[in-house]
Design a protein around this ligand. Structure first.
Ligand code: MFK
Length: 622
């Protein structure tokens, strides 16, 4: 409007406008430019002359000192560096805007055609399809199975996923499940070569994605009680599945792995985990018609809106049994290992993206007379985010390294135990870290961090899912106990041995002494706690499971930071990061235990506190 007024040089309208803005005619004249052309000035006084330069995404590979150093140390292959450099550029110039388009054009469900026929078509945007093609071209799943770099192949593949994730519009979700399905097929030696070839293809026309349907109405954690889907054997040896899947992500997947209970001749099923078997099914045929699946509705989620997530009625879905009967959970666990590792990679990718954007912005945003980068308090905050991100990165890479060793048959028994334990620990801890780092990072943009079309709020929404799907923090903490119990403590033995070895190697560094000493104290405390907990009733350890898992994560991350800092090409900042990390309480399970918070009395008090408003004087619910 101001421009319209100015263009016509309409003095009267100009005066009216200035009055409505609260300027007197005197103040208006004060706004005149020296050349006397007031119209340009008024337009500026209305719009304002200052526009903040936004944070810019630049090549995430070149911007990542730790990733580059890690690869230089462990996988110094020029071809790898060249590929990541090129891929980083592609993320900036092409992929990032595709991811954003997926956020802005979420999937929708067309249930009926114009003539009333049920069609259940999940309509995704072109950018989503393009991301599928790019995933194939870049070998984002394939490179994990081609094994070009031997035991380092997973490190190479996950470096790409890590760079890709924050720009991918959540395409990492179908990739996680696709990789997980390929892993199940390979590790069980299933005779479905055609499916495996498609899941691991670099050809965009041939490439298929897979789903992972585990959650039913009764819930997604207690899968063995909650699964009601039944599988009826057909004369040709195949099965038909009947049931309701409550939460199926990337439902546009070509195939899926899912659990069901095989019925006997009387139609009866076996309850619990022993009754569950694993099935592979094609979801859509080449014409887009479904295989006995009705899409009831798409989920309206807090975040991950780019990703189609649906409720599905299975009404005679044809499927192939791929596990031994009754070994469904143990068989799909191979997939869970992979999807939990992807979850970790996405969490660390989100943290790294946020720290890069904050850093870039701090060099161009000026407040209180100087750039943000010159405010020590601001830099202290960013430095703390950097320490979290580095610790998480090293744990993520260690898990990927162990996975690569396992798949190349180069892993020791200790590696196998560590992989089992750390997959769970890394997922549960980095999921929480990502949420904190992304939330704190948004604050570094001030009010702009809260504005939708900056694209930043979706980062927070999407981070929230990381601690929920693929096992919540508490469910995974119980999985840590499961891994200890199943291995008769061997996973912990491997943990202690490995941390001690790393600390021993760092023993000669005087700069790192405070960190090493703090880690040694925490490790001894943890060992004493575990020895004592072993003599207590099992409920005690269950109550400590979350704090125990956090302690394992913090100590292991500390050991990895120290290990990285003693590398011959490490920088003084690597030493600093290790020292800062080890200043925190590395072993909360010991500090909390000393307060009595795992005692039975504490359980009773926790209950009273939580239900303060609903318990009567006799401790009974009103
Ligand atoms: C960006 C990346 C993100 C990708 C997103 C994909 C979106 C997909 C959306 C979803 O599908 S969300 C659903 C995710 N659901 C879960 O993660 C399930 C969470 N619940 C658990 O993990 C429970 O602990 C579990 C279902 C495993 C409990 O089942 P059971 O049957 O009560 O467990 P049980 O009886 O202890 O174990 C059965 C077998 O599985 C045992 O083997 P054995 O029979 O040989 O003894 C266990 O050792 C084995 N097992 C269980 N968890 C394992 C495992 N093996 C290896 N690793 C594990 N983590």
């Amino acid at each position: 409007m101001a421009l319209w007024v100015c263009c016509r040089g309409n003095r009267r309208a100009l005066h009216m406008l200035s009055r409505s803005l609260g300027y007197s005619s005197g103040s208006l004249s004060e706004l005149n430019e020296p050349n006397g052309h007031s119209h340009a000035l008024v337009s500026r006084s209305v719009i304002g002359a200052f526009f903040q330069e936004p944070p810019l995404l630049t090549n995430p590979f070149t911007q990542d000192a730790l990733l580059r150093a890690y690869l230089q140390r462990h996988l110094p292959v020029q071809e790898v560096e060249g590929d990541l450099l090129r891929f980083g550029e592609r993320i900036v110039t092409e992929i990032d805007s595709l991811g954003r388009q997926c956020e802005l054009n979420p999937p929708r469900l067309q249930q009926y055609d114009a003539w009333g026929r049920r069609v259940d078509r999940i309509i995704t945007c072109d950018a989503w399809t393009r991301l599928k093609h790019i995933s194939a071209q870049e070998g984002l799943v394939a490179s994990g199975y081609e094994r070009t770099y031997g035991e380092w192949s997973r490190v190479y593949q996950m470096s790409k996923i890590y760079l890709f994730a924050p720009s991918s519009g959540l395409y990492t979700c179908p990739l996680a499940m696709t990789d997980g399905a390929a892993k199940v097929i390979e590790s069980l030696g299933l005779p479905v070569t055609d499916v495996f070839v498609r899941l691991t293809s670099r050809d965009e026309q041939e490439f298929w994605t897979s789903g992972q349907w585990m959650t039913e109405r009764r819930g997604g954690s207690d899968v063995s009680t909650g699964t009601e889907t039944v599988a009826r054997r057909q004369q040709d040896g195949c099965f038909k599945l009947y049931g309701f899947k409550w939460f199926t992500s990337a439902t546009d997947a070509d195939v899926t792995l899912t659990l069901g209970r095989i019925t006997d001749v009387h139609g009866r099923t076996t309850p619990g985990s022993r009754g569950l078997s694993l099935f592979l099914a094609q979801v859509w045929d080449s014409h887009g018609s479904s295989n006995g699946v009705e899409v009831q509705r798409l989920k309206d989620k807090l975040g991950t809106r780019q990703l189609p997530t649906a409720e599905l009625l299975l009404d005679g879905m044809k499927a192939q049994l791929v596990s031994e009967e009754g070994r469904g959970v143990a068989s799909i666990a191979n997939m869970l290992t992979i999807t939990r590792i992807y979850n970790t990679v996405c969490a660390v990718g989100a943290m790294r993206r946020m720290t890069q954007l904050c850093r870039e912005y701090s060099c161009k945003r000026s407040v209180f007379g100087k750039l943000l980068k010159d405010h020590p308090l601001h830099i202290q905050t960013l430095s703390r985010l950097e320490v979290e991100t580095r610790a998480a990165f090293l744990l993520m890479m260690e898990v990927c390294r162990l996975l690569g060793r396992e798949e190349n048959q180069t892993c020791t028994e200790k590696d196998t135990h560590l992989l089992r334990l750390l997959t769970t620990v890394a997922k549960l801890y980095t999921g929480k870290q990502a949420l904190c780092v992304v939330s704190e990072g948004l604050e570094a943009f001030g009010g702009q961090g809260y504005i939708e079309d900056t694209g930043h709020p979706s980062m927070l929404r999407d981070a929230q899912v990381l601690s929920i799907w693929e096992g919540t923090t508490n469910v995974l903490s119980l999985d840590v106990l499961r891994s200890i119990e199943k291995s008769s403590g061997s996973v912990l033995q491997a943990f202690f041995t490995d941390v001690k070895e790393r600390l021993l190697a760092a023993g000669s560094s005087s700069a790192l002494r405070p960190a090493v000493s703090s880690l040694q104290t925490s490790l001894s405390g943890l060992m004493r706690f575990i020895q004592s907990a072993a003599t207590q009733p099992s409920g005690c350890l269950e109550l400590a499971a979350r704090d125990l898992s956090y302690s394992l994560a913090r100590i292991y991350m500390g050991a990895l930071l120290v290990d990285h800092a003693v590398w011959e090409n490490a920088k003084h900042t690597d030493v600093y990061a290790a020292l800062r990390w080890c200043e925190q309480d590395l072993c909360p399970v010991v500090s909390r235990d000393s307060t009595g918070c795992y005692d039975q009395h504490a359980v009773a008090m926790d209950t009273e506190l939580v239900y303060d408003a609903s318990l009567n004087d006799s401790g009974v619910f009103d």
